[in-house]
Write a protein that binds this ligand. Sequence first.
Ligand SMILES: [Zn+2]
Length: 667
Amino acid sequence: MRRLAVLAALAACPGARAPASAIDQDPPAVSHLDQAGIVTRWLDRTADPCRDFYRFACGGFADTTEIPIDRRTWSATEIVVSTNEELLRGVLERAAAQPGDPLGAYYTACMDEAAIEQAGLAPIQPLLDLAASARDAKSAAAAVIALHAAGVFPLFGIGAQQDFADATQVIAALDQGGLGLPDRAYYLDDKGSLPRTRELYQAHIARMFALLGDAAPNIAALDVMRVETVLARLHQDVVVRRDPRAMYHRIDLVGLERIAPTFRWRDYLARLGVTATAITVNDPAYYTAIAKLLATEAPGALQHYFAWTVLRATASLLGSAWVNEAHRIVSDLGGERELPPRWRRCLARADSDLGDLLGQAYVRQRFPADARPRTVELVTAVLGAMRAQFDRLWWMDEPTRDAARAKLDRMTYLVGYPDRWRSYDFAIGPAFASNVQAATRFELARQLAKIGKPVDRDEWQMTPQTVNAYYDPLLNEFALPAGVLQPPLFAVTYHPAANFGATGAGTIGHEITHGFDDEGSEFDGNGTMHDWWTPATQQGFTDASRCVVEQYGKYEPAPGLHLDGKLTAGENIADAGGVTIAFVAYQTYKAHHAVVPAVDGFTDDQLFFLSYAQSWCAKLTPGAIETMVRSNPHAPPQYRVEGVVANEPAFAAAFKCPPPAKPCTVW
Ligand SMILES: [Zn+2]
């Protein structure tokens, strides 16, 4: 996925077919290079591309842009996001002027801060009452059940998931959850700023309880920290969770009742409207332990923990004191320094609650009729290069190659937007919190209704305006929303080398390789969990990866803060693979098409690499970098360029650099 950090899914794009320059800086004089898809003023031509290609491609960006005070990063991707937001704001404002328009009514209610202030705590009082109802093990379990039914998830989460063992069926999946910090390490490790982060978080919890009128907010905060730390110890870590076998335990209702008999699972499922009994859990031991926690933890502490889960989920629905406090911790932890303007927060809400309504307007304005066929052309070129690439992989043996080709032949893709738009069947009125709660229940019911039914392969997992892409190994399918097919990442008017570089390599190639890497090896062409690699290929890939793990482990984005080579290996290998394969695809493409061989002194092959690199031009706050390094499987943007070109002979050839001395080559 393209996104930089652990951010809420925002999205979308600009009015006319304006280049990215429309909003990030003053409009520059458009040179030929800019028309080709390279942002001239982001370059630093004084840098030596052989020594520091990221600086060469993005030095101008680094020198001339600032991270907006209400964002935590600023990047090529963020520019697309921001341009999309401006456009969608217009859509919402026009809708708000139309009586009876659901999107307009939703947005109007969200923008009505006076009414929200007036409502006080009333919108969440029923949830707080539930939290307070935990007086013993039995009533604590009942509170968990009722909160889950309302879309608030203490302790664990539930969703619909394709059965790893049978790609045609959807089953219920329970997963660990219930933490306010991003990952277990935040509670358990003492590295870097983590102890300080815990202090800030605990102080924030205390302030939230003080806002609630709690007489002893510091005690409440201590209780919450203790319970969350217990949960963190039980959580699987991010590296373990990259292995689907570690996450899939098809124990069904009978298994749940065996491992955690004191929790009333039948009541739980009935309350959520789940009639199927086919259930997988991430880790059976987790559910045994949380049932024990409910029985042994002091009821007062559980009440605090549940109330905290409610406040965390709902503070943004309340008045400004709550919203500001909720933002304070985001800012303390290195996120946006200032709260984004209300309209942007309301847009994010509308995107999550009524995304396809926004999507229809977005696609009309930002996805011209020729964008889909041009993207499909790109996709088929990259798929073709991928097929040929299998023959060159030294770590893949012949039987595995055959299986890989068969899987590639079954791979499907979605481009732009869904053929069938979703509808939203919930009441929208003048009360913002009620609208969000209705949307939450509606979406939960929609998700859980999939359980026990066949898989719908046409469903999108992102809205069309989302600036991102994904490959789903369970469907053997990847998706490119219209939102990511935008300048400066893509345009039908760009030089094809630029489209192959940013979108062909950074998005399509990257996503496709996930079907054939260690993650993809766990699922076959139908999406059923089945290890289709031979042991020899498995060993070969592990050997090939070791070099990448070591290479990235040496990168040090801040003093003493090294990248986690293991955590990021899968994504780093996908980056390298995406570039190698898309470059081959471009060579084939240009053998059959008349392409302009050079633009403003750059050869087309150079444009390919420049475009890839510029798609990662970015600035991050130190806090955002640290969060990313600690918990994100993607390396920070700079290393997604440096790490890749360091291994790529085609890059060295294009820029007449010495060939890489000891390249790590997986793809
Ligand atoms: Zn990826």
